[in-house]
Design a protein around this ligand. Sequence first.
Ligand code: AMP
Ligand code: ZN
Length: 151
Amino acid sequence: MCCEIFHAVRRKKGRYWDVLTCFKHTLSVAEEREEQPMSDCLFCKIIAGEIPSSKVYEDELCYAFYDINPQAPTHFLVVPKAHIQSVSAVTEENAPVVGHIFAVIAKLAEELGFAGPGYRVVSNIGEAGQQSVPHLHFHVLAGRDMTWPPG
Ligand code: AMP
Ligand code: ZN
């Protein structure tokens, strides 16, 4: 029964519902959390191809692209395709995509050759956190020695 519901909703909603777990208990919750593409969201537009980007990686759940204003020799962003505002909007229900993104980052770090020397993953949250685009994203910075505190 739960898989029937899952597949019906997947057909209805398309790729934004193509997640790792069954939504039996979370359909209505996810509906309310606006995890649909947002028409006025910069990163939703980039994911949809409406705004150009330099792609690093893509799968059904996430999209990675180079930052337009790089802060390190390698600087790209990894975002869920579903619109989630920030880490503050991560829940037990949508958290699987975050784990998936970290697995993707680890794989890309190996493939792009910066896993050995090390790198930094950052997510800014809200105004004090200096988040400028309200769509959850993880900055991946590599290719130089990082400093701490980050400022
Ligand atoms: P944050 O300030 O943490 O919300 O990060 C947003 C990041 O998005 C910044 O590092 C920007 O340089 C980057 N950014 C903004 N617009 C674009 C774009 N069109 N393509 C790639 N990166 C962008
Ligand atoms: Zn968005």
